[in-house]
Write a protein that binds this ligand. Structure first.
Ligand code: CS2
Length: 497
């Protein structure tokens, strides 16, 4: 196609966007802030903000716009884009057949960098019109010890926030300051809605926040416990990091957007119907409100996220880079499929309306979408926070029930090898992006002298090294991987057992 004029994405240019790019079907100038969201990354922009956009388009209720908040320095790049583009961005859905649908999302009303002006964030969260504070701060942001599930009181940032309640660093300090201010001003509290991949995300958040408040104000902790709600939710949409090719591709379509977001067409959001303030009618736009999210969360975390980790860790050691390439490797596809069937499914509860085998097949087809190009590096990022949430609960359930844990043990052995060598079996360098990278590396370096050294990292594995049934299988796989038996062959053998 002949290249067309490129339109810089901003409000004034909305009417001039190419016809095949959907624009907000509501007046973006009139969107009001009803939600403050902490942690505006790709996932939030492809998920909650998209639901808000669709809600506004469908109902005309413009009171649920989202003000983004960045707590960390590396959120600054996102703020810059929001400022330059009048808070607009393009969402590009990539279908399995290669077609794409692009739409401009007008749900965001602004972006505040917390370190620049903490008070502005507290004030914004305290506005009566703000009825929800939502979060995507990743598994690591909840500050809990993965092996005990308890709040880490010794974190220096926690101590800093207690000393400096007006300029906190962590999310807990902001929530407390705003909750207190609303209470003083007689304003109803907001609902605190976690959208992270953690089972019982709302309960975990509540537990962490209360543990934080109890360090300095018992009465407030009790008030929060009784008056603020923290709905659990299951969130799902595969959203890889945006690449420069995505930007170029959109430009070729006629839109100049310096940070679009790309994702798969699939989306799902199941939210516990527990709101202490007004709730948006997300059920008008395909989200579900239910009384108990637990079975949905468990299904998704243990099948999809752990499935991703299987492909990510084994695939990386095999020298692969991209998720769809990993599922294309017959040995890995088979390993994944059997992992889900033999090790995960027996631990799941019945979910109304969902057949787990269909769910598995849909997952494999989602992972096979060649246009998403989700990298194994993204999946392996922060594995020390992910595996305790995605995989280890499955292992523990299976050990208690006396079931097989082989594939899980093999995945951990691959992670251990990866953490030691920082390379695939064929010597391709692998990066480690993990808050515990030093601990992981140091422990894994001891593998050849103490084969359980990695498994003894208690903050990740708890007491797992003492569970002989797991430890023995793990050791055997570790040895095979170190002896350079190709992990794809091991996967094949495991699938045949
Ligand atoms: C992935 C998730 O980061 C990961 O390990 O499994 O980001 C996954 O893509 C999303 O949870 C999909 O909903």
């Amino acid at each position: 196609m002949q290249s067309q004029t490129t339109i810089l994405l901003n409000r004034a240019n909305l009417p001039s966007l190419p016809a095949d790019v959907k624009r907000p079907a509501y007046d973006v100038e009139n969107v009001q802030t009803g939600i403050v969201h902490i942690g505006v990354g790709g996932f939030h922009r492809a998920h909650e903000a998209m639901y808000v956009d669709r809600l506004m388009a469908k109902t005309g209720n413009l009171s649920w716009g989202i003000c983004g908040v960045g707590l960390r320095e590396n959120d600054r790049a996102m703020k810059k884009v929001f400022d330059e583009q009048d808070n607009l961005y393009t969402l590009v859905e990539k279908h399995n057949d290669g077609s794409r649908s692009a739409s401009v999302i007008g749900a965001m009303t602004g972006f505040l960098m917390a370190p620049d002006n903490p008070q502005a964030v507290i004030d914004k969260m305290s506005e009566p019109e703000v009825r929800i504070v939502s979060l995507t701060i990743t598994e690591g942001g909840y500050n809990f010890d993965a092996s005990t599930g308890e709040f880490i009181t010794t974190n220096p940032d926690v101590l800093h926030d207690i000393e400096n309640p007006k300029s906190p660093k962590l999310v807990f300090g902001y929530l407390v300051a705003a909750i207190k201010k609303r209470r003083e001003n007689n304003v109803k509290p907001f609902t605190v809605m976690s959208c992270d991949n953690i089972q019982h995300n709302g309960h975990v958040l509540k537990k962490m926040l209360l543990a934080y408040i109890e360090l300095f104000d018992q009465a407030l902790a009790q008030w929060v416990n009784e008056n603020v709600s923290f709905p659990n939710s299951m969130v799902d949409r595969i959203t890889p990091a945006t690449t420069s090719e995505d930007i170029v591709m959109l430009k070729a379509q006629g839109v100049e957007d310096s940070w679009p977001v790309v994702c798969e067409p699939f989306k799902q959001w199941v939210i516990e119907d527990d709101f202490c303030n007004t709730k948006p009618q997300f059920d008008e736009v395909d989200a579900q409100f239910v009384s108990d999210v637990a079975p949905y969360e468990k299904l998704k975390l243990r099948m999809l996220n752990a499935g991703h980790s299987v492909l990510g860790l084994v695939g990386s050691v095999a020298g692969l880079d991209i998720i769809h390439e990993s599922v294309e490797a017959a040995q890995l596809k088979q390993l994944l499929s059997i992992f889900m069937e033999k090790e995960v499914m027996p631990t799941l509860d019945q979910v109304e309306g969902i057949d787990v085998f269909d769910y598995r097949d849909t997952l494999i087809s989602r992972f096979s979408n060649p246009f998403i190009k989700d990298t194994l590096a993204r999946i392996c990022l922060e594995s020390s926070a992910k595996l305790p949430v995605f995989l280890l609960p499955t292992v523990r359930d299976n050990l208690v029930a006396g079931r097989d844990v082989s594939i899980s043990a093999f995945v951990v052995a691959c992670w251990s090898y990866y953490s030691d060598k920082h390379a695939s079996q064929d010597g391709k360098p692998l990066e480690i992006n993990d808050v515990l990278s030093d601990t992981l590396h140091r422990a894994a370096q001891q593998n050849e002298t103490d084969s359980l050294s990695f498994l003894k990292i208690e903050e990740v594995f708890g007491e797992l090294a003492q569970q002989e049934k797991f430890a023995d299988v793990y050791k055997a796989f570790l040895e095979r991987v170190y002896q350079n038996e190709p992990v794809l062959s091991i996967s094949e053998a495991l699938s045949e057992e």
